[in-house]
Design a protein around this ligand. Structure first.
Ligand SMILES: [Zn+2]
Length: 147
């Protein structure tokens, strides 16, 4: 089963249209996450806010891999009420030479922006427009798309 099958049926056409557009342009991509359990959301929310031992306790419960000190300090979500919990969001990222360019740089910013543009054309809201924007004009949640 594809991760996309976990999305609410009514939002699926927008995501299918987005992936079609990516494929038409020859972009390589990965669907990292769609539906999220509340245990996973709780562990994500703890990241950057709680001590590492507590974060990893929550991650273990949620079936996630354990974090190191640096990753544990990074805030990755701003809410406990993510639309991932209701199956209305997916994190979709570019793949370059088999790798995901998580850190946005001068070299890959155009690629992230091209993804965002195609997402918008498909009727999706893009987290890469959410302020604060970085020096390349990309917002804080570039992998995120929602309806
Ligand atoms: Zn997301």
């Amino acid at each position: 089963m594809s991760k996309l099958d976990l999305l609410k049926p009514e939002v699926r056409p927008c995501f299918d249209a987005f992936l079609d557009r990516l494929e038409m342009r020859g972009f390589q991509y990965s669907v990292v996450e769609t539906l999220r359990t509340s245990a996973v959301q709780e562990a994500y929310y703890a990241q950057g806010r709680r001590p590492l031992a507590e974060i990893n306790e929550l991650r273990k419960k949620a079936g996630l891999y354990l974090l190191g000190e640096a990753e544990g300090k990074r805030i990755i979500t701003r809410t406990m009420e993510s639309v991932h919990l209701t199956g209305q969001a997916a994190d979709i990222v570019p793949v370059v030479n088999g790798k995901i360019p998580w850190v946005i740089t001068a070299e890959n910013a155009d690629l992230w922006l091209a993804f965002g543009k195609l997402g918008k054309e498909s009727g999706l809201e893009w987290g890469g427009l959410w302020p604060p924007l970085d020096t390349f004009g990309v917002g804080w949640d570039a992998p995120h798309y929602q309806v």
